[in-house]
Design a protein around this ligand. Structure first.
Ligand SMILES: [Zn+2]
Ligand SMILES: [Zn+2]
Length: 283
């Protein structure tokens, strides 16, 4: 089995009309791209902040500008018009666990992907609202420490099945924004939290397409996860069909080097593990 569980069916453009992207024809484009690359297990996990219901969780200005779609229409379209697993990428907003839980309740997802894109109001992966502008005067260690505490806390909520891009804090790939020395001191508390909570960790090739130029998580971080027995979920975080499975050669090389032979997959929020292997392309 080869999987890509963290897909977005629509581009980040706030004006992209939902009906053009959450539909059979668009899912088919992703399915075709996946087939070319031997990927058989596909799931969509749209950003929660694309949906009006997300404003119950948080009213960050970015969310207010994006939150237009209806979450139930998305769920129905993915279930009824596509053969993709149904997921959702839900930001962990500290203090809003109850609201997140209420949003997830009563909707039957195959899995929920947890992510941390913000520290307080400050964004980790955008120029706008950048956390680095807010606390530029501080040492990068402070940002890193707060980031890894937050990602650990996200796992401990047990709201999530997969922790996405678990070292997103390195997004800018700027040496001035990376603390000195062995970074495992930041990873370790997060690894402990993932193991305690029983979540899967995402190996995401998206970082290869970002300024960081490396996968999330860094090899040393993934190695600690593997040693702790944490299951791995493989993803590209594609926002368009061309990026499905992008960079998977490198991901598979790393997994092999670390002795990982199985990948996580999910149905109805139940995880099973399947041996890694590309599917033969039928056509
Ligand atoms: Zn994300
Ligand atoms: Zn994503």
């Amino acid at each position: 089995m080869l999987s890509d569980l963290h897909l977005h069916l629509r581009p980040d453009d706030p004006d992209a009309p939902a009906e053009e992207y959450y539909c059979a024809a668009n899912a088919e484009r992703y399915r075709e791209a996946a087939e070319e690359r031997g990927i058989d297990e596909l799931g969509v996990s749209e950003h929660v902040y694309r949906f009006a219901q997300a404003l119950e969780i948080w009213r960050h200005p970015l969310w207010q500008s994006f939150a237009h779609d209806d979450l139930d229409a998305y769920c129905a379209a993915v279930r009824e018009q596509t053969d993709l697993r149904l997921g959702l990428e839900v930001d962990f907003v500290p203090g809003r666990e109850q609201q997140i839980s209420e949003l997830l309740e009563g909707r039957v997802f195959d899995y929920v992907v947890g992510s941390v894109h913000f520290l307080g109001d400050g964004a980790l992966d955008m120029d706008e609202f950048s956390v680095w502008d807010q606390i530029a005067a501080r040492a990068p260690g402070e940002v890193w420490e707060r980031y890894f505490q937050t990602i650990a806390a996200s796992a401990r909520t047990r709201l999530y099945d997969i922790i996405a891009h678990p070292d997103l804090v390195k997004f800018w790939g700027d040496p001035g924004r990376v603390p000195e020395g062995d970074l495992r001191r930041y990873y370790e508390p997060a690894v402990e939290a993932f193991a305690d909570a029983g979540v899967a960790v995402e190996l995401s090739t998206a970082g290869l397409r970002k300024p960081a130029g490396e996968m999330y998580p860094a090899p040393a971080f993934l190695e600690l996860c593997v040693q702790a027995g944490i299951p791995v979920a493989l993803s590209s975080d594609a926002h368009r069909p061309e990026d499905v499975g992008a960079g998977y050669e490198r991901a598979l090389e790393l997994l092999e080097r670390l002795g990982v032979r199985e990948l996580a997959r999910f149905e109805g929020r139940v995880r099973t593990m399947a041996p890694i292997g590309a599917q033969q392309h039928a056509g």
